[in-house]
Design a protein around this ligand. Structure first.
Ligand SMILES: Nc1ncnc2c1ncn2[C@@H]1O[C@H](COP(=O)(O)OP(=O)(O)O)[C@@H](O)[C@H]1O
Ligand SMILES: [Mg+2]
Length: 271
């Protein structure tokens, strides 16, 4: 017990993820776009954090840098104190996984669900037999509410957007990351099953200590799921605090505007 507490305190000293003065500039001259403008924040192990902002505020660009899919123009990202751009890709991607907002672009029409999910095993430490793989894939599919026996050998164009998005989640869960970066994870999922998917992700965080960073423009999603909110506007973090603090006592003018439709929040999630 004492030991567990000591570890906890130590984890507070060292966040899982630290973003330091992160900047991303696209293009140059008259076409220059400062998509991310000198942002810094930290995420503790097991925390659920939302990066919340309107379309074009720089959220996906931030997510791509955190996932090592794009290099910062300036600044750095530390994972357990190590610069992610100095780690081996496979070592990092074993621990940090994503669910992207556009599932269409992540699937090659040639692949079946089985081969898509099977790729996750490339990142696995263990050697699984074909039967074990199959069982794990089916379990992951059932966990996200997909009928494995019906869908396992379907191709992307035979699935709905929502099914593809669930499949992205299943794939991420199969890898079992410590950090999950979920960029608009439910944008393609119908409202009626959205809460179920979010609950499932939150449950995984609670049970396995999975750290989640939600990237979203949906205040309801952010408030409902998150311990902490980071509000992003025009490439900058303009406000940061616990979900309650930010929603109930916003200090920044932009946050206040963003929260103008807060009265709809509770109603939205009650149904
Ligand atoms: N590859 C790119 N090349 C040029 N500009 C980009 C690129 N990706 C994003 N941007 C620009 O950066 C800004 C932030 O985009 P993005 O990170 O996608 O925002 P969000 O995810 O919050 O909607 C936008 O102005 C967008 O047009
Ligand atoms: Mg985006």
């Amino acid at each position: 017990m004492v030991l567990a507490n000591a570890v906890k305190r130590d984890e507070k000293v060292r966040p899982l993820l630290q973003v330091e003065n992160l900047t991303k500039v696209f293009g140059g001259g008259r076409n220059e776009v400062v998509a991310v403008d000198d942002i810094s924040f930290a995420i503790a192990p097991g925390e659920i954090v939302s990066l919340l902002g309107e379309s074009g505020s720089g959220k996906t660009t931030t997510a791509r840098m955190i996932l090592r899919l794009s290099r910062p123009t300036k600044g750095r990202i530390l994972y357990e104190g190590k610069d992610i751009n100095e780690m081996k890709g496979i070592d990092y991607w074993r621990r940090a996984q994503t669910i992207f907002q556009d599932p269409f672009s992540s699937f090659n029409s040639f692949y079946s669900v089985h081969s898509f999910l099977g790729k996750a095993f490339r990142l696995a430490d263990n050697d699984f037999s074909e039967d074990e793989r199959r069982a794990l894939m089916e379990k992951a599919m059932e966990d996200v509410g997909l009928n494995a026996s019906e869908l396992l050998f379907k191709r992307p164009h035979e699935l709905s957007g929502g099914q593809r998005q669930r499949l992205m989640i299943a794939r991420a869960l199969l890898i079992g990351p410590e950090l999950l970066v979920a960029d608009e994870p439910t944008s393609m999922i119908d409202a009626s099953s959205r809460v179920g998917i979010l609950n499932m992700l939150m449950d995984l965080s609670r049970k396995h200590g999975m750290t989640i960073m939600f990237i979203t423009h949906d205040i309801g999603l952010a408030y409902y799921t998150s311990d902490r909110l980071l509000i992003m506007n025009e490439g900058r973090i303009v406000e940061e605090g616990s979900a309650e603090e930010v929603v109930e006592r916003p200090t920044n003018a932009y946050t206040k505007r963003l929260l103008a439709d807060i009265p709809t929040l509770r109603r939205k999630w009650d149904t």
